[in-house]
Design a protein around this ligand. Sequence first.
Ligand SMILES: *Cc1c(COP(=O)(O)O)cnc(C)c1O
Length: 350
Amino acid sequence: MISFYPGPSQLYPQIRDFMLEAVDSGILSVNHRSDAYISMAGATIASMKRVLRIPDEYQVYFVSSATECWEIIAQSLILDKGSVHLYNGAFGRKWYEYTARLSKNCRFIAFDPEEEAPFPEGDLGEMVCVTHNETSNATQLSMEYARALRKRYPDTLIAVDATSSMAGCDLDFEQADIWFASAQKCFGLPAGLAVMVCSPRAIERAKAIGEEKHYNSLLFIDSMARKTQTAHTPNVLNIFLLGKIMEIVPEIHVTAERLRSRKRRINDFFENQTPFSSLIKNRAVQSDTVLCFNADKVQLKELKKKAASQGLLLGNGYGPWADNSFRIANFPAIQDQDYDKLTRFIKNFS
Ligand SMILES: *Cc1c(COP(=O)(O)O)cnc(C)c1O
């Protein structure tokens, strides 16, 4: 089965061998306080920083999910002035809702998926929160927007949910203070691991707030990370696999360009040779890593069923788009020949 689901998604083909290597190496049975763990985890972070061009002074933390990152941010980085959430889809809204349950005074600005994200006005509270790649409707913020946001609000912390774009898009980490992503999207790994990347300013802010009530309080996570440790027993297998994948993939600008040109090919195919058109018409806001196409309800059912019978798993539409669209991940782990199979199938279908 080839999965085009945008998370959990198709694994890198090499994962099977790397899993065997992990078992055979004994790393999965060593204590997570041991030198063997520290050296493996340290190497993973170093490769990731090199490949993704994460600034030296930024810290990388291993946590369990992007959802956990939403909570870590709310509990450890927002005191009582709250945050402003800009969103145009389901994940951005969920982030706002999780935050609203944990901290006071947060507010949201919802915008149209066909439009570029606006700039928030008025009191920003302590943080601006944006979703770089809205997986639910296949839209994406541009790096120009991120730069303009930083320029406009140089003194406010900016947090970015990059769950379905980190390791697929060339992110300019300097433009924000907190970034996070989980393993089962562009990293092409099994679920159960997330990475959180924080600027020195974010860590200073955590220190000023001094929140230390939870196993995943950012201060605790940070103090452990400085010893290449975690507060809890981490997902050693996934950290090992992440390190291995980072050793075989090219630098991020190469991957990002490959995905962009593949996206153009796939979009052109759908627009010109099939009855399925992009959910999002404005090319300036279309995602590079998640593509979403309209289909009528009856046809969609048939399409998904036939695809599955040929070993092709299409992603369901999300939320309000569940019944009349399907999503195709354009993640680095999926091979070009897999898209050839997909387009051949769609051509015959339509
Ligand atoms: C998948 C996704 C999440 C949730 O990730 P988990 O690892 O399941 O917590 C959050 N935000 C975005 C944009 C996502 O695509």
